[in-house]
Design a protein. Structure first.
Length: 81
């Protein structure tokens, strides 16, 4: 039996799109992403995240680097112009 697609109003694309299958990120921001970001927008973020980590030489074991990346994620997904 094929799983029914979740449709969300994607804040990134400003239209209805297929939603994520599950919450990829913990906490309130993770819940917000799950409820308001599409699979396609999340895939764009994953590519952008990789670039940011490499260009800024971030260390994901450091709290400040994780906090920086989380802020970049929130800005990218919800506040793009």
């Amino acid at each position: 039996m094929k799983k029914k697609k979740r449709i969300v109003f994607c804040d990134f694309f400003k239209k209805n799109k297929e939603g994520l299958d599950y919450q990829f990120f913990p906490g309130k921001i993770g819940k917000r992403i799950y409820q308001n970001i599409s699979k396609e927008a999340w895939a764009f973020w994953i590519k952008k995240q990789t670039k940011i980590i490499n260009e800024k030489k971030l260390n994901m074991f450091l709290d400040q680097d994780r906090a920086f990346l989380e802020k970049e994620m929130e800005n990218f997904l919800f506040y793009k112009k």
